[in-house]
Design a protein around this ligand. Sequence first.
Ligand code: C2E
Ligand code: MG
Ligand code: MG
Length: 446
Amino acid sequence: MVGAQVEHVISILLVTLVSAAVVNAYQRDGLTGLRKKGEFIEAFKRRLPGRAKQGATALILVQIENWHALANSNKAIANRAMKDLATALLRAPVPHEMAARFEADAIILWKRCADDDAALKHHLELLQQRASECLAAKRLTAKIGAVRMGASADKAIRHVILATDRAALQASKIQICDAAFEAWLDMQARLKTRIETAVEQDLLVVLHQPIVDMISGKIAGTEALLRLRAEDGSFVSPVQFIPLAEQSGAIDEIGAHVLRTAARDNQMMRAAGLPSDLFISVNVAPPQIHAWSQLDAAVADALKSDTPLKLEVTESSAAQDESMHDKLVSLRDKGAKLAIDDFGTGYSSLERLGDMPFDTVKIDIAFTRKIATDAGFAMIDAIVRMATASGKDVIIEGIETAEQHALALKAGIRLGQGYHFGKPASVSDLITARAEGLPRQIRSHF
Ligand code: C2E
Ligand code: MG
Ligand code: MG
């Protein structure tokens, strides 16, 4: 009888232990052992009101840049990087209230912190140092966003994500959600509203920058570069509004509009006597490719009118996933040429270049700026060799000086783009420049 009772107690204990383990495994991230996102948010909201009375805290998000591209090519190294990062961050001196794997590539920390921005900044710099110590060997970097608690839990989570996105643009890769950042968020909200109605209200302007044959000096094509007209009539840079259009989904309509305008402009330029095979390069954002139908239709329209169309896709988006790859191949099969933009700034390695469905490699301005150094020239030389060996042509971006022009030719590059040859201009200015012999740099290409 006693034996049966003991057995019963043991079986209850076992069930309890096993279910605790199952719950734990369910709530914990298998790789880092940290909480999962949903559980973190739920616990954060529950504990915040009580914790607020005991002193200041901050929410900190640490995100590995380009982690997904690395995970696509080497999951084991990407996972090791994430695990090392988790260990390094939890080792930091200020104890954390809670930590979680917030996204596949990001860890969130809720920590005690001093009540001023300077102390918080100092702490974030320490975390950044810890992160770079463990990521540098894998050629990875981290960006960090932080928000001091005070706002509601929902607002804090929203703002820490936005601050982390913004951190990518800072030299320190750190962004605190302070008064200046909040003012910037307000400005972004206004810009977002403007972007959403931009096509309808005719607020978009497509400029064209010459891409020239650097040997003959003749124009070979143009890149369509978009501008948004601000309330005061000035132009807003695409670097500011394209990410907002991507977030809101407005990019599909805007992207299709750019493609149609660019195709029409290309016809005008060719009709006005510019080379009959003048190509037009149009930038395409990853969400346009994912959403597909508007892009597909606009590309088909451009090709129907015999526009020599090149689509530029950034390196990191090209490396995103299988479906992206298949869609790029489908665009190419239709007759569009594909260029990999800003090459060298993402994570794809030179050896993978041959496998990618691209016709053209655009070398990023960051390399051009170093072309006059031995190491910089050697880098460009390696890219050119690799591209050429895999049957791709090369365009070098950001040529600003005669010296860079000469060195690009020495590296065997024929096509170049940059202020040395011509800044982005309206289609009518390009055509008039040809007719009237306006600025020397533009005139020399016709
Ligand atoms: P990108 O495609 O790499 O375009 C080249 C950028 O470098 C352009 O900036 C151009 O004006 C600038 N640039 C050209 N030559 C020089 C030079 O010699 N020196 C310097 N410092 N800069 C030079 P922009 O027009 O501000 O465009 C920035 C980025 O915005 C583009 O980079 C592209 O990624 C994106 N973008 C532009 N138009 C569109 C568009 O229609 N759709 C999408 N999705 N993205 C676009
Ligand atoms: Mg481009
Ligand atoms: Mg580029």
